[in-house]
Design a protein around this ligand. Structure first.
Ligand code: GUN
Ligand code: ZN
Length: 438
């Protein structure tokens, strides 16, 4: 890490530890995980230096102070790979599905972000809520206003959080106070990349909202920008709602399907993150896979705004899995908590006849999201070399959870109870680059 990113003093965290050594979708739960009952994490310079049995780690660094978390579970902070910070104020808005929800609630709320004070305060609220919920990294949409991205990155830098984000680009089919142009979206995104990408812990994401709100010229310009700066991310929405899909077919009749629009403009590949991806055609699945693009599964949003049931088994639990991460999609999503997000992912999978094992759910909420953000070498796992973005979880945070885990016979039963029942009360400590922030 650079000087600016460094955590403070060296530190050992002691507690139960959970790390992934492999992908549970490929090798099964027990082969994928390393769990220590009395484990420790050695943090040096804001990064994880070693993880193992507490006695070994303490013997290895006898001068480093130890912070004990008792029987709390130490694991990597959660990663939310698709959220809209300006929509925090419209979370829990009643009675609409996607296109009407955007018109009724979202666009008016996003209009307020022309005011930098609104953006600053919303960014701070969003990031503090992430921390309270144990989410240490997210991939975040701003609004069409360039200043919305500046406000977000400033607030993330003040908290030293590894955060990705971008200014939304949309130059049609939105209220006139919320549209940019092909050129201004390109210019503003490029300027933001120059100001923020790779500075401290910031990552830029080129952010065309979704195909219906961008002209072909704008998508072309953003595809060109990605070719110029290929190490930034791209984020957008894909096949969330059936009316949306029908609209895309009308707007882009020359494209074979919804994904074909992004394909046409060079917006597929590793580091491109497609939110939702519920109603995919077989061709789209093949192209997503072949291009190495990632999917952000947004379960609480998909149920809350009635979009549909994501096919986890078909997309991830097979011989040729696609990169998938887990996401809140706040404010279409109904919770900041990755516990609620995992619970709803489980429930959606159940409705499709598939039981999402807790090892897979926690993997999706950490390593999976890090992979789609191309940050899996830096975050998302309690392993040496990763940033020390670490949470401690109280596995008995409420009387009902305590009662439930009292009879648990395995780690998985305990972790499953958390993903079904827990909320922010289970997050007993949060470390950002080795510094305790909650
Ligand atoms: N599709 C285009 N914009 C949005 C948005 O803000 N939220 C969701 N859930 N879907 C979208
Ligand atoms: Zn979204």
């Amino acid at each position: 890490m650079t000087e600016a990113q460094r955590g403070g003093r060296d530190l050992i965290l002691r507690g139960r530890t959970l790390s992934f050594v492999d992908d549970p979708f490929s090798v099964g739960a027990d082969n994928a995980v390393r769990h220590e009952w009395d484990g420790a994490v050695l943090i040096r310079d804001g990064a994880i230096d070693a993880v193992g049995p507490a006695n070994d780690i303490i013997a290895r660094a006898p001068d480093v102070p130890v912070e004990s978390h008792g029987d709390k579970l130490l694991m990597a902070g959660f990663i939310d790979c698709h959220a809209h910070y300006p929509q925090t104020s419209v979370i829990a808005s009643y009675g609409t599905q996607l296109l009407e929800w955007l018109e009724t609630y979202t666009f008016p709320a996003e209009n307020r972000f022309s005011d930098p004070d609104v953006a600053r305060s919303a960014a701070e609220t969003f990031l503090d809520e992430c921390i309270r919920n144990g989410t240490t990294t997210a991939c975040v949409y701003g609004t069409v206003h360039e200043g919305s991205a500046d406000a977000f990155f400033e607030a993330a830098a003040a908290r030293n959080m590894r955060m990705a984000g971008g200014k939304v680009a949309m130059d049609r089919h939105a209220p006139e106070f919320l549209v940019d142009t092909a050129q201004s979206a390109y210019d503003a995104s490029k300027a933001l990349i120059g100001r923020w990408h790779g500075k401290g812990r910031a990552h830029y994401a080129i952010t065309p909202r979704f195909a219906p709100t961008s002209t072909p010229e704008q998508l072309e310009a953003l595809g060109a920008l990605w070719r110029e700066v290929p190490d930034v991310l791209v984020q957008t929405h894909l096949s969330e709602n059936t009316n949306e899909i029908a609209w895309v077919r009308e707007l882009f009749p020359e494209c074979p399907d919804y994904l074909g629009v992004y394909e046409k403009f060079g917006l597929l590949g590793p580091g491109a993150i497609f939110g939702h991806a519920i109603h995919l055609e077989p061709r789209e699945i093949g192209v997503l896979r072949d291009s190495g693009s990632g999917i952000a599964h947004c379960p609480t949003s998909n149920t809350f705004i009635g979009s549909g049931l994501f096919d986890m088994a078909g997309l991830r639990d097979n011989a040729a899995p696609l990169p998938v991460g887990l996401a809140t999609d706040v404010g279409g999503g109904s919770s900041f908590s990755m516990f609620s997000t995992m619970r709803t992912a489980y429930e959606i999978a159940q409705l499709r006849g598939y039981a999402l094992h807790p090892a897979k759910a926690y993997w999706l909420a950490t390593v999976g999201s890090a992979e789609v953000m191309r940050l899996d070498d830096r975050i998302g796992n309690l392993t040496p070399g990763r940033d020390a973005d670490i949470i401690a979880l109280d596995l008995r945070s409420t009387p009902v959870i305590a009662q439930r885990v009292a009879t648990a016979e395995s780690l998985w039963e305990e972790l499953f109870a958390q993903m079904i029942l827990a909320d922010d009360r289970a997050v007993s400590a949060v470390y950002i680059a080795g510094n305790r922030v909650a």
